[in-house]
Design a binder for this molecule. Structure first.
Ligand code: FES
Ligand SMILES: [Fe+2]
Length: 435
């Protein structure tokens, strides 16, 4: 890709804009930096596209975004899932206008070219006008240059070469397992629709912050303490977002990070197990999990309730009972799409309880998410003031430690996660624009 047309060159000194413990607010507000982010981050690294269970039948598709570029995740007539660029090989129109559905073929409405669900060009209107040399086969919909999946999570990269998905995920893969392995058959189903939030703020503001809940979500934490919310995520009268708790922030490398609730949730295992067993099918669920995974991992999986609280940089977060995609639309505009997850092999009542708990915090009228969007907008608003433009991310810097597995860990309110994301951002931005 030619980077010279739009690249303002060395006007940006990214090494200075992102320092250890502080970042310049231009990385959230500057429109030209946003354009570079698309090309240096979104059009180069692995980007999450969707889960294979969203397209269970032949012809099922979902249209998703990689930065500004539309892709179609489709299960072809041959049963294979592909990620195809949503761009007609004739004059570039999108061939699929809907966000989701099932088709026999993609018809481009501009001049009527038709592609089958594997992307093959199968019909050209007025075919004879192109002569006998015209190679239909060579005019198939272009697949995303690379596609790989992990446990049904489909990622694509627009860069033809680069590290494997396994190398990209690193230790984050095992964290993602906490969600999939919460199902007794090791399978999740993403078929519960989507709730969307559009906010006027930068994409990097979203989530993985263990410091804000006590302020932005004060009423929810208060309800937890009263035990008024006994839902799937409840930790039973103890606020997990305080430094005395056993929860931690963890930088997994590559900008991936987690709010590590493992020890915190295990501490309250007994109370939580009682809660799960009170749901029809819960008793059998706990028994199966302990049988299948053994006492130690079985308990951990039950305790975590399928919530790895994981961020995969740049566009995926797996939190609570949802898969969340962040779509960067502009420096000051972001779309957050939340897809609820169903565990295969558990009772409907258990899945319903998980869904209700999700709605109570993350739903459009939930007690949590709307306040997050509000505070992101306030941050974006405040950052317009550039007289003293530094964002402080130094909380807990003096006390973070490197764990045996190489990950960096801090207390739950420490900005370990933000520093990890900023480091990765700088690394990618400094690599220049070629892919
Ligand atoms: S642009 Fe698709 S058929 Fe012409
Ligand atoms: Fe929040």
């Amino acid at each position: 890709m030619n980077d010279t047309v739009f690249d303002p060159g060395n006007d940006y000194d990214f090494a200075s804009l992102v320092q250890e413990g502080r970042v310049h607010s231009a990385i959230y507000t500057d429109a030209a930096i946003f354009e570079l982010e698309l090309r240096r981050i979104f059009y180069r690294t692995w980007v999450y596209v969707g889960h294979a269970s969203e397209v269970p039948s032949r012809g099922d598709y979902r249209v998703r975004l990689i930065g500004r570029q539309q892709v179609i995740m489709v299960r072809g007539g041959d049963g294979r899932v592909r990620v195809l660029m949503n761009r007609c090989r004739h004059r570039g129109a999108v061939v699929c206008e809907r966000e989701a559905g099932n088709v026999k073929a993609f018809h481009c409405m501009y001049h009527g070219w038709t592609y089958d669900t594997t992307g093959r060009l199968v019909a050209v209107t007025g075919r004879e006008a192109y002569g006998p040399e015209f190679d239909m086969e060579a005019m198939s919909l272009t697949p995303a240059p690379r596609m790989e999946s992990y446990r049904g999570f489909v990622f694509a990269s627009l860069a033809p070469a680069g590290e494997s998905l396994a190398a990209f995920l690193g230790p984050a893969a095992k964290v993602l397992d906490y969600l999939v392995d919460a199902s007794p058959v090791g399978e999740i189903v993403v078929d519960g629709g989507v709730s969307k939030t559009l906010y006027r703020g930068n994409w990097k503001l979203v989530g993985m912050d263990g410091y804000h809940p006590n302020y932005v979500h004060a009423s929810v934490i208060a309800a937890w303490k009263r035990d008024a919310d006994g839902g799937m995520g409840a930790t039973h009268r103890e606020d997990p977002f305080q430094d005395k708790a056993d929860s931690r922030t963890r930088d997994l490398g590559h900008g991936h990070c987690m709010l590590d609730m493992r020890r915190q949730r295990l501490k309250h295992y007994d109370a939580y197990e009682r809660f799960v067993k009170g749901i029809p099918g819960g008793e059998a669920y706990v028994r199966t999990m302990l049988e299948q995974h053994g006492e130690e991992r079985g308990k951990l999986l039950v305790a975590l309730a399928g919530d790895p609280h994981l961020g995969i940089f740049p566009n995926l977060q797996v939190i609570n009972n949802q898969i969340r995609i962040m779509n960067p639309l502009a420096a000051d505009r972001t779309e957050v799409n939340m897809f609820v997850v169903r565990l295969a092999g558990v009772s409907d009542e258990l899945n319903t309880a998980r869904l209700r708990q999700h709605e109570s915090f993350y739903g459009p009228a939930g007690a949590g998410s709307p306040d997050d969007a509000e505070v992101f907008e306030r941050a974006q608003m405040g950052m317009q003031a550039d007289v003293d433009p530094w964002i402080d991310l130094s909380r807990g810097m003096h006390r973070e430690v490197q764990d045996e597995d190489g990950t960096i860990v801090g207390l739950i309110t420490d900005e370990v996660t933000q520093r990890g994301q900023a480091r990765r951002w700088r690394e990618l931005m400094l690599q220049g624009g070629e892919r």
